[in-house]
Design a protein around this ligand. Structure first.
Ligand code: KG4
Ligand code: ZN
Length: 372
């Protein structure tokens, strides 16, 4: 993936239009507004991110310990137009230079999704551009291909605040779910543990920092689902065990070293559970998709170093490569939405301006026995 302030490939670009070896490559504006990040990015078919802007609403939601949908929608509305204008200016492009426009069409907080979709539709209508409503999960699922040349099929672990699932990615729009969480998402568990320990929001990075100062093995925490057939996850019991461990401390409160030790054991438990579930999924993936060469991780929790180490090990054992997008493309961003738009457009797909935003939009039909 290349990051350029201005077009630079092949022939001299006319009015910002991109050429690669003399061929015009698509240039897509992507918009992401499904949660608490307002983001715009312009990406080309040769994996160049021409410009991107991302505004996190962390400060606005932090006092509430989680994302407040109404605050999120208002913030998207307030900032999106300006972010798009800044992104276009940074890429030295005008709307008529674009090949298409893509926006997250769901799943997510509906107020935010509507802001992004309406904005994209308006630009598409005025400038007569194809419009693509991208499934946010598909954005995450294809993000490794923005970062590098990862061939289909691959096994994807998607771990974020709202999602925790294992998918065989056979191609664009072809996803088979091998397992998912039966209760909390992994990131949600990190966030809740952080909240219990008063570490702030978002919890994942705070728990990881605290864990680095922790001594392992002090708290015996459970590993729900470990060893069980299939590739489903469960984190609710682990979260409850952390709550009970805090209650059992003197005064029912965790001193800083207690919190660090607990974070360490919690993180080790998550890594252990995820490692086990991924190994199960890998065994099946290798059987049913023998051409597969890669294990890929995406979603915010992919930032966790302990988790990456475990995944790297599991991939090695299965003789697969391990790929993770750069951190800023693991968490929510607009470049992955633009990229998914590019992949879909290349297959001749586009959506109508009558597309209705979807608060729920599963990426793959669950196989019998796999949790949602
Ligand atoms: O993908 P993402 O930005 O947003 C969605 O949920 O779609 O993921 C955010 C989640 C949060 O739950 C956050 O606590 C978690 O990713 N996270 C981490 C780390 N960094 C972010 N979890 C564990 N360790 C981290 N270093
Ligand atoms: Zn996400």
């Amino acid at each position: 993936m290349k990051h350029l302030a201005a077009p630079s490939l092949g022939m001299a670009p006319a009015r910002g239009i991109h050429y690669l070896r003399g061929m015009r490559v698509p240039v897509i504006l992507g918009i992401e507004t499904s949660c608490d990040e307002t983001a715009a990015a312009i990406v080309t078919g040769d994996r160049t991110v021409l410009a991107e802007r991302l505004l996190s609403q962390l400060g606005e939601h932090a006092p509430y310990g989680g994302v407040v949908p109404e605050i999120a929608a208002r913030a998207h509305l307030q900032h999106l137009d300006r972010l798009i204008a800044e992104t276009m200016a940074a890429a030295k492009l005008e709307f008529r230079d674009l090949t298409a426009i893509a926006a997250t069409g769901g799943p997510g907080l509906i107020g935010g999704v509507m802001v992004g979709v309406m904005t994209a539709k308006a630009i598409a209508a005025v400038h007569k551009l194809p419009f693509l409503a991208v499934n946010h999960l598909e954005g995450h699922a294809l993000s490794p291909r923005l970062a590098g040349d990862v061939p289909f099929p691959y096994l994807l672990l998607l771990v974020s605040g709202g999602h925790c699932q294992l998918l065989a990615v056979e191609g664009v729009g072809r996803y088979v779910r091998l397992g998912g969480t039966v209760d909390d998402a992994a990131g949600e568990a990190f966030d809740k543990v952080a909240k219990m320990l008063g570490l702030g929001y978002p919890g994942g990075p705070a728990v990881e920092r605290a864990a680095s100062r922790g001594v392992p093995g002090r708290f015996r925490l459970p590993r729900p689902m470990k060893g069980r057939a299939g590739a489903d996850f469960s984190f609710a019991g682990l979260k409850t065990a952390v709550r009970q461990a805090i209650a059992a401390l003197p005064g029912g409160r965790a001193a800083p070293q207690d919190a660090a030790d607990l974070c360490r054991d919690f993180q080790d438990a998550v890594a252990d559970i995820v490692g086990d579930r991924v190994r199960h999924a890998l065994a099946r993936f290798r059987r049913e998709w023998p051409d597969g060469r890669t294990l890929v991780v995406a979603g915010g929790v992919a930032a966790n170093a302990a988790l990456r180490t475990v995944l790297d090990g599991a991939a090695r054992e299965a003789s697969l490569a391990f790929a993770a997008p750069p951190l800023r493309y693991c968490t929510d961003n607009a470049a992955m939405i633009a990229w998914a738009g590019i992949e879909r457009l290349a297959l001749g797909q586009r959506d109508g301006l009558d597309f209705a935003p979807r608060p729920r939009w599963p990426l793959a039909e669950a196989l019998p026995g796999a949790a949602a």
